[in-house]
Design a protein around this ligand. Structure first.
Ligand SMILES: [Fe+2]
Length: 289
């Protein structure tokens, strides 16, 4: 299989994935963190450059099927009931069907379909087990769960990194690939995960909206004194630069419609497209596909 990605086509798909992600007001910065965590783990296990970039691209697009999940479920501030959880689970299969005839489908189809499979075969949509689950999907499953645990949800606070790693460890060879978990734990012990956890881009920590709860995520292009807005209640925050990072302070004001429209941080997308154009001119089949 030869993959020759068209940069504009690739960027438009990544932008679309980012807008789909922005429909969930509690997961700001999730895609950036996913591609960082997945990239670190992929590097640690020695993936070649072309495989690494395909993994990072896949981590950006994996949840594109959530476009089919109602907003009332994505934005729910309480635990999901059984029917709602079943609706969320449709996103893996639906996403793979959605992009099936896209010219770049070969880059993404497998990750989109199989990122919720489990080592013990209890995952979805196909109940694959062990090495039948493609390597990239086993990586995405780990970093997705880690990001979920270390992020604040409306019904629970974020878990400290050490506790989240401990939970992952408990699920070795049940939910997750045990060997990959060992590598991920080593990244945690080396402190390589901390600068990414609860950040929306490098050096930009997320804050929770004081008024209604969702996270307020700023893009990497912000500067001291910029305003950012909660996309749910419209609450306004001013950013202050503080020892290499940013602090968001609520102003009590509200944003206008233009300021509350979905925002896509283009910088990490442009960087991925650049890396892909370099590494994927002619790419071999992905491992395990
Ligand atoms: Fe997912």
């Amino acid at each position: 299989m030869i993959i020759v990605p068209d940069p504009k086509l690739l960027k438009s798909l990544l932008m679309l994935a980012a807008v789909v992600e922005a429909r969930d007001p509690f997961t700001g910065g999730h895609l950036w963190r996913m591609s960082c965590f997945a990239g670190l783990l992929g590097e640690k296990i020695g993936l070649a450059e072309d495989e690494l970039i395909q993994l990072k691209l896949g981590s950006f697009v994996h949840d594109i099927g959530k476009i089919g999940v109602p907003e009332s479920i994505l934005g729910k501030t309480d635990h999901l009931n059984e029917a709602e959880y079943a609706a969320v689970k449709t996103h893996a299969l639906f996403g793979s069907q959605l992009i099936n005839d896209h010219p770049l489908a070969d880059l993404f189809r497998t990750i989109i379909r199989h990122h919720h499979e489990r080592q013990d075969g209890q995952g979805y949509p196909d109940g694959l087990a062990d090495d039948a689950i493609p390597l990239h999907c086993r990586i995405i499953a780990i970093v997705d769960a880690f990001d979920a645990m270390t992020s604040t949800r409306p019904y629970r606070r974020n878990m400290p990194v050490g506790q989240a790693l401990y939970r992952l460890k408990q699920q070795r060879d049940r939910q997750f690939d045990g060997a990959l978990i060992e590598h991920f734990l080593e990244l945690g012990e080396a402190g390589e995960l901390e600068p990414i956890v609860r950040h929306s881009s490098a050096g930009i920590p997320m804050v929770n909206c004081d008024h209604c709860g969702p996270v307020v995520a700023a893009s990497g292009a912000v500067k001291d004194g910029d305003f950012i807005y909660c996309k749910v209640c419209g609450g306004e925050f001013r950013l202050h630069h503080n020892s290499g990072s940013f602090v968001a302070e609520p102003t009590g004001g509200h944003g206008a419609a233009r300021q509350l429209q979905p925002e896509v941080d283009e910088a990490p997308i442009d960087e991925l497209v650049k890396q892909a154009s370099r590494a994927l001119v002619i790419a071999p089949p992905l491992t395990g596909y």
